[in-house]
Structures are given as structure tokens and as C-alpha cells.
Design a protein around this ligand. Structure first.
Ligand code: GDP
Ligand code: MG
Length: 451
């Protein structure tokens, strides 16, 4: 049972002003009382100054601030003590050791959140959102995680669940009186209710590709002929000089990958060797690596320098673009150079890595192409961000479709209803109403200790 007292450092070890330690479980207050002088539970949810001592030796470790949260009104739903100590490497570690000496066990990764889940303080989607919020590296990820933590997705799934049960109620008469030609509920009404539920589930499933991309970061591969200014643009989007830039064509031979936040969204940016026929052995390998990245890309930023080269290389470009599966954003580079013609095909953005001109428009375009659907949905509509969510919703959708097909074939009503039940089960798995241990193990495997 997950009720024995556990303790962990909730902040990362290292040089800092403060550290936070959490202690949770049955008997947590008794453990705290052995180490904190004074310790009192008659003033819950208030900060108390205390001296932290080792329970066996009585050695003073630190002066701390402690708050106690009696069950069930705590994060874990259990008796919980939160202790702020001074930071650094030694004090927090000795403090944790003192609580262990007083009878607490060091917590496993994610154990506090897991306890919160088991005592009904959070559902599984909220537990996942907690991890996503901690891992967020861009504003869009943070907003999305917070929305899910606020039960955005959970609420939508509960509404869907209610819709499915209502649909089942609509055909209840047909189940009870299978011989009757037509029950009190007209088939059109069942059809309309079915269509609404089906479309809502399909709508959520449709958010999955970009939702999952939001957690991983969109793989953006910069491609184009040598010397087009790819590495310069890579550095400009990154905001630092990461790739080597020279006037010598063929400088970039290896693909370089870096994380960048563009217009608030997470991207994995890849600078590649320019694509051209080359006799240089190293460059050839680089070009092969480029092709591998291009095949995996979520979107491709294709750079070209000027109109003249565009005409000369039109054939090569067409062959290249025809081979790209991912959407391509075309840019004309180095627009600061005075001899560049001003006329630019309308499908092409102009940028200069030197003056920064056009970069903002390019950032917006990249976010639209990679995450346009999420931008359309805004911050209010729920989005599916994990394969676990997508798989469960696809299962629900398949059952709802099977229900419809069975009705069309005039299968008896009780049998058609089993499909609706199965769809409800799929949604319950997703929210975590009844979650087997192995699923929980997988969800919490990526958590940090103290969360
Ligand atoms: N004037 C100007 N020169 C640029 C710009 N971007 C790149 N260059 C120059 O073009 C040359 C090739 O740039 P680089 O980024 O290495 O191109 P890559 O081979 O496509 O990676 C270098 O001499 C850069 O200084 C730009 O926006 N304006
Ligand atoms: Mg380069």
C-alpha cells in the first residue's frame, strides 16, 4: 500500500538559496515531530519556524520553515509536511537523511503524484500534465500542460462519456422491446446523437499529430544549395552562433541539431550540408545524412539565394521538392544585398540573417505550418498530446463506428449497445478511472524524485 511515510527533496540539489522537502503518508507527522523543534499540527496550512535536528544525535542541521497539511486536504490526500530548508548540496541531503532516520522511506520517482492519483486528488491526465508542465521548454507547451492540469481534456472526455451513456439510453427501448417496429425514440434522433459523439471523438483524434509534435518539438530541417545561407539562418533562428559560417561552399558537412523556441513553439532545428553533387568523401556522407533528416522532417525550410541561381537550378529544385514528404517553406536569403532583384515570387519569404529583416515573418510562418491546427484551436479547446491518448480515442472511435454499422445491419439492439460500452471503457482507461499498475508504472517512470 502506498501509505507509509516517504520523504524526498522536491527541488534539484545544487547551489541555491532554498530547498523544499516533502514528507507524506500515515505517520508523517510523527516523523516530523522527531526532527522538528517545535512541531505542531494544531495550526495546519501555516508556516512555522523550527529547528531541524537529527533524531538520534540531536545535532542541529538547519533552521527551517515547515507547513503541515492534514489528510485529506493536501496534494497527496495524505498527511503531508512541506519543509523549506537552506539550499546547497549538504543541508538538504542531511535534512532528508534525518527524516529517514526518524522512520520515513526515500520516495520513488513520481511517488507523491502517484499517491495523489490513488487518493483521487488528480486523474491520470492531470498527473501526465504535471510532468509536461515541469518538462515544458516553450510557452506553448506550458499553456497546453496547464490547460490539461486544469482538467481541460478530462472535462471534455467526461462530457463525451455522458453523451455515450445518453446514446445508450436512447436505444434502451429497442433493447427492452426488440419485437416492436419503432420505439418512442425516432431513429433520426439516435442518428443525430451518434453523429455528434462520433464527430467530437474524431475531432480530438485529429489534434493528435500536432499535439504529439508539441511535446517532442517539430523537426525543422534547413536545406538548399551550398552557400545559400542555411547555417546563417540556423544561427539567426537559434539566436546564437552554433553552426560555422564561411563563404566557402560545402562548409557544413555534418548535420547539427539544436532546440529552439520559435514564436512560442518548440522546434528541433537541423542545419544540413548543402545538397549538391560532390567528389569530397566527407561532404558526400554529410549529404547522405541530410537526406535521412529530410525523410524524418516535420517541415523543411528550403533556402535559395537569388533569382539567377533559382533559374539555373530550377530543375534540381523541382526534383528535390518532389521527393519531400513534409511541407516545405521556401525562403529567399540575403535580401540585404543591394544587387538582389526586388521581385520575388509570392510563395517565397525574403530574409536576411545579417539585418534580421523578414525573420519575424518567417518565424510566424514556421509556427503556422508546424502547429497551425493548434493555433486555430487556441488555448480553450483540449488537445491530445500523447500516443496513449490517441490510441484510446482511436479505440473509442472504432467502437462508435462499429455501433453505427451494426445498427445499419439491423443487429439486435443489445448487441449494438456493447460497442457503446466498449467506447466508454476506452475513455475510462484514458482518464484513469481504473488503471492497471503497469500503465501507472509507465506514466510515472519519467517523473523526477520529489514530484
Ligand atoms: N549579406 C549577407 N550575407 C549572408 C547572409 N547569410 C549568409 N551570408 C553569407 O553567405 C555565405 C554562406 O553562408 P552560410 O550560412 O555558410 O551558407 P550555407 O552554406 O548555406 O550554410 C557566408 O559568407 C555568409 O556570411 C545574409 O543574410 N546576408
Ligand atoms: Mg552551412
Amino acid at each position: 500500500m502506498l501509505s507509509d511515510p516517504v520523504v524526498a527533496l522536491a527541488t534539484p540539489p545544487g547551489r541555491s538559496a532554498l530547498a523544499v522537502i516533502r514528507l507524506s503518508g500515515t505517520g508523517a507527522f510523527a516523523v516530523a515531530a522527531r526532527c522538528l523543534r517545535p512541531f505542531r499540527v494544531d495550526r495546519p496550512r501555516a508556516a512555522l519556524c523550527a529547528r531541524l535536528v537529527h533524531p538520534a544525535t540531536g545535532d542541529a542541521i538547519d533552521d527551517v520553515l515547515a507547513g503541515c497539511f492534514p489528510a485529506p486536504r493536501s496534494f497527496t490526500g495524505q498527511d503531508l509536511v512541506e519543509i523549506s530548508t537552506h539550499g546547497g548540496l549538504l543541508v538538504p541531503a542531511e535534512a532528508v537523511a534525518a527524516f529517514v532516520a526518524a522512520g520515513a522511506r526515500p520516495a520513488a520517482p513520481g511517488e507523491f503524484t502517484r499517491r495523489a492519483l490513488l487518493s483521487g486528488k488528480l486523474d491520470l491526465l492531470q498527473a501526465e500534465a504535471t510532468a509536461d508542465l515541469i518538462d515544458a521548454g516553450s510557452p506553448a507547451q506550458r499553456k497546453r500542460a496547464l490547460h490539461q492540469l486544469d482538467r481541460g481534456l478530462s472535462g471534455r472526455l467526461e462530457a463525451l462519456r455522458a453523451d455515450l451513456l445518453e446514446l445508450e439510453a436512447l436505444i434502451a427501448y429497442d433493447i427492452d422491446f426488440p419485437e416492436e417496429d419503432e420505439g418512442p425514440v425516432r431513429p433520426e434522433r439516435v442518428e443525430a446523437a451518434w453523429r455528434t459523439v462520433r464527430d467530437r471523438i474524431a475531432g480530438l483524434v485529429a489534434t493528435a499529430p500536432q499535439g504529439e509534435r508539441l511535446r517532442e518539438g517539430a523537426l525543422l530541417v534547413i536545406a538548399g544549395p551550398p552557400n545559400a545561407g542555411k547555417s546563417s539562418l540556423f544561427n539567426a533562428l537559434l539566436g546564437r552562433e552554433r553552426a560555422i559560417v564561411t563563404e566557402v561552399p560545402g562548409t557544413t558537412r555534418d548535420a547539427i541539431e539544436a532546440y529552439a523556441v520559435i514564436a512560442g513553439f518548440p522546434f528541433r532545428l537541423v542545419d544540413t550540408a548543402g545538397l549538391r553533387e560532390s567528389d569530397d568523401r566527407v561532404e558526400k556522407v554529410g549529404i547522405e545524412v541530410s537526406r535521412t533528416y529530410l525523410a524524418a522532417a516535420d517541415l523543411i525550410l528550403f533556402c535559395e539565394e537569388e533569382a539567377g541561381s533559382r533559374e539555373r537550378h530550377a530543375g534540381e529544385r523541382a526534383t528535390f521538392l518532389a521527393r519531400c514528404a513534409a511541407p516545405v517553406v521556401l525562403v529567399q536569403t540575403k535580401i540585404d544585398l543591394a544587387d538582389r532583384p526586388t521581385a520575388r515570387p509570392p510563395d517565397r519569404l525574403g530574409v536576411s540573417a545579417v539585418t534580421g529583416e523578414g525573420l519575424d515573418a518567417l518565424r510566424r510562418r514556421l509556427a503556422e505550418v508546424a502547429f497551425g491546427r493548434l493555433l486555430e484551436l487556441g488555448d480553450i479547446e483540449p488537445v491530445v498530446t500523447r500516443a496513449r491518448h490517441r490510441v484510446a480515442l482511436e479505440r473509442a472511435l472504432a467502437e462508435v463506428e462499429a455501433f453505427h454499422a451494426a445498427r445499419a445491419e439491423r443487429v439486435d439492439a443489445a448487441a449494438t449497445a456493447t460497442h457503446l460500452r466498449a467506447a466508454v471503457d476506452a475513455l475510462d482507461d484514458l482518464i484513469g478511472a481504473v488503471t492497471p499498475d503497469d500503465v501507472l508504472d509507465r506514466v510515472f517512470a519519467s517523473f523526477c524524485v520529489g514530484k
